[in-house]
Structures are given as C-alpha cells and as structure tokens.
Design a binder for this molecule. Structure first.
Ligand SMILES: Cc1cc2nc3c(=O)[nH]c(=O)nc-3n(C[C@H](O)[C@H](O)[C@H](O)COP(=O)(O)O)c2cc1C
Length: 219
C-alpha cells in the first residue's frame, strides 16, 4: 500500500482514492476544505433540557427564503443520533449561534459527549438569550443568532463506522448585536467568528477585500 502511494506522489503531487485509504498518518480530508464556518447549534429536548454543540459541516444554502444546513455524523456503534438531531427531530426547531475568538474555548468544550440530561449552557458557563420564534435558547455571547424551523433531513451515504444526516432549516428569526452594525451594514470581519481548518486548527477572519460581480452587457 505504501509503495503504491509513493509511486503516485513521485512527480511532486499526489492522488489517492479515499475509499482505498490515504498515505498520511492522519486523514487530511478536512484540511483540504476550509475554512468551514461553525454552526454552534442550540436545541431543547421535549423534557426542556437545553443542548449546545458545534458543527463545522455547516453553511447557508439559500437566501430566498434563508435556509441553512448542518450535517450530523453519528457512530454506528452508538446506534443513536447525537442530542442536537434527536432534539430537532422531536421539536422541529433549532438556533444557529456563532463562536468567536472570545468564546472559542467554550465552543470546544460544548462538543463534549455529555449525557442528554446535561444542560451544556450551564456546563460551559454560557448565558442564554430567550429566542423570539423558537423554544430553544440562543447563546447570549453570540453576535448573531439564527432561529430556525426544521424543513427536512436527508440521509447521507454511510460506511461501517458512521452514518450521516443533513439537517436543513429555514431561518425564521435573526438577531444581530447592534455593536456589529456600522453605517447600516454588518461589519462581518469585526465579529471574529471562529472557523475550522483541518486537524486541531482554527482560524478567524482578520482581513477582507472587495470585488464587484460582472454583468453581461446585452442582457
Ligand atoms: C469545531 C467542531 C466541529 C464539529 N463539527 C461536527 C460536524 O460537522 N458534525 C458532527 O456530527 N459532529 C461535529 N463535531 C462533534 C460534535 O460537536 C460532538 O459530537 C458533540 O458531542 C455533539 O453534541 P450533541 O450530542 O449534544 O449534539 C464537531 C466538534 C467540534 C469541536
């Protein structure tokens, strides 16, 4: 196997087929698709226990109407969805919060596999903000909260270890901290959202540049 990979990397580049393995000690897949925004998903269980967890397979997928997605990968051996998805399936709602450089450690802490009866807001010492359109609490320290209604779930192809589910939600309420609104526009870079690279690496947006989109003249 090693010989096979060496052969293909001899020309100064590399090609491999993930289903046959990879030539690294750690799978580099996630370090090739970056930065991935982190949807810090808060939910509440039917019994009223709040839950919070980060998901970097997350993004906005439409704006008319605004829709977001995140992908949950559960272990086949656990034979159950993660708490976020279990709660969403029973309550049909969730909130997307955003971790910043200030709350990055709490974001990482909230990924702990705590039992379902643990309130991860209390565990991470984060404050709750009452959401306006959904029962799930929002993270008060987050500059933005997107209150979402579940639209649909989609099963991903699974393997012997994990099975994935995509959750798509419609954003029905948007909270923005006034601090980040300057001259009628959102100053995204000043929020210092934390985003995911590969391995244990993260980044924040610290610079920006502008580009204008071309229009076909004779249209
Ligand atoms: C930065 C970061 C990103 C993560 N992204 C994902 C993801 O996209 N999908 C996923 O299934 N788990 C992801 N995890 C792991 C979950 O956060 C973790 O399994 C958590 O315990 C799930 O919590 P829950 O059971 O309360 O829903 C991520 C963890 C971290 C720290």
């Amino acid at each position: 196997m090693i010989y096979f990979f060496k052969l293909f990397s001899a020309g100064g580049s590399m090609f491999y087929e993930p289903k046959k393995g990879h030539p690294f000690s750690i799978d580099p897949y996630k370090s090739l698709i970056f930065p991935r925004p982190i949807g810090w998903i808060s939910t509440i269980s039917k019994k009223g226990i709040p839950n919070l967890a980060p998901y970097s397979y997350f993004n906005a997928v439409a704006d008319y109407p605004p829709q977001v997605m995140f992908s949950e990968e559960a272990s086949i051996s656990n034979n159950r969805y993660k708490d976020s998805l279990s709660n969403i399936l029973s309550t049909k709602e969730f909130v997307v919060n955003f971790a910043t450089s200030k709350t990055r450690k709490q974001m990482a802490l909230s990924s702990i596999d705590a039992p379902s009866d643990v309130d991860e807001f209390k565990f991470t010492k984060l404050k709750k903000r009452k959401s306006k359109k959904v029962k799930a609490p929002s993270v008060a320290e987050s500059p933005v909260n997107l209150e979402c209604k579940l639209l649909k779930t989609l099963k991903l192809k699974s393997n012997s270890k994990k099975y994935g589910t995509i959750v798509i939600g419609e954003v029905i309420g948007i909270f923005i901290d006034n601090k980040f609104i300057k001259k009628g526009r959102v100053d995204s870079a000043s929020m210092r959202y934390v985003a995911r690279l590969g391995y244990s690496e993260y980044t924040t947006v610290t610079s920006k540049f502008k580009m204008h989109h071309p229009k076909w003249k004779n249209k």
